[in-house]
Unconditional design. Structure first.
Length: 286
């Protein structure tokens, strides 16, 4: 009987997060050939591939996407047990960025639980529109951040996915309007770009009737019947309706909530916070 070894799972995660075998091998201080052998061994155990070649890198297969959540949970739990058995106290400072809309309540609870369990860690939390978080990580202004993207890049770990769609208030109909009123984000971000691309691909004439820096602002405009807007399906409620087909609007991408670090070498506070966040989202998705 074959078993999944935690080292195979760690190698798999390193390659998945890095987006290539070469970069993943470097992250775990192994040779590329040794890393490739471990990935092949993992695929032999599973009986199916976990990666597909994509340009100069790799992308997860359906099996890989299912395995990544389990692998993150297993390795996080093992790391947590080791830390608990060898060193109970975690100290240091952690600068964390969380979005001001998506999952704010859940993330706030996660942070509160972390602070209660690890009171010696100094938390500096930035709660704001997350479009600037990747740059803040690159500049080392943040240690860890959670934000949304349409397509995750190297080092961006998916926590949750939310398909997006065009939405209108249930008791309003703009389908016969020559010029569609739309609500958009007023900052440069992929949400705004995706909405404009969808309109242009559909050949629709439109006017920006409302701009907001937040998801809640766009939701408010749509609910008020001022405009249509692109929202995640998690934001839908009985007062809203999806209008992609009725308005012949092109599809918009799925939003990915990701977690990323400013450095590959995690400090104890950052590693523990990442494990806590992973576990919370795994419980939500299971």
């Amino acid at each position: 009987m074959q078993n999944l070894d935690s080292e195979l799972l760690r190698t798999f995660l390193a390659v998945a997060h890095a987006g290539s075998v070469t970069d993943g091998a470097e992250k775990i201080h192994r040779s590329q050939s040794a890393t490739s052998i471990q990935i092949k061994r993992l695929e032999e155990i599973l009986g199916r591939p976990v990666f597909e070649r994509h340009g100069r890198g790799v992308v997860l297969t359906e099996t890989g996407r299912k395995l990544v959540l389990v692998a993150q949970d297993v390795t996080s739990r093992l790391d947590t047990v080791l830390r608990d058995l060898t060193d109970d106290r975690i100290e240091g400072k952690l600068r964390l960025g969380i979005p001001d809309d998506h999952g704010r309540a859940r993330l706030t609870r996660i942070i509160a639980d972390f602070a209660r369990l690890h009171p010696a860690v100094e938390l500096d939390v930035t709660c704001a529109i997350s479009a600037g978080f990747p740059e803040a990580l690159n500049k080392k202004d943040l240690d860890l951040a959670i934000y949304e993207v349409s397509a995750p890049g190297a080092g961006e770990e998916i926590l949750a996915e939310d398909p997006t769609c065009w939405v209108c208030a249930r008791d309003h109909d703009f389908s016969r309007d020559d010029v569609l009123p739309v609500a958009l984000f007023d900052v440069s971000c992929w949400w705004r770009d995706a909405a404009i691309k969808s309109l242009e691909d559909s050949g629709k004439s439109y006017r920006i009737a409302y701009s907001s820096q937040s998801v809640s602002g766009v939701v408010a405009a749509v609910e008020a019947g001022i405009a249509i807007g692109v929202l995640g399906r998690s934001s839908l409620h009985p007062g809203l309706k999806v209008v992609n087909q009725a308005y012949t609007l092109a599809l918009t991408p799925t939003s990915k909530l990701v977690m990323a670090s400013s450095d590959l070498n995690d400090s104890k506070p950052r590693a523990t916070m990442k494990s806590t966040i992973r576990a919370a989202f795994l419980d939500q998705n299971s």
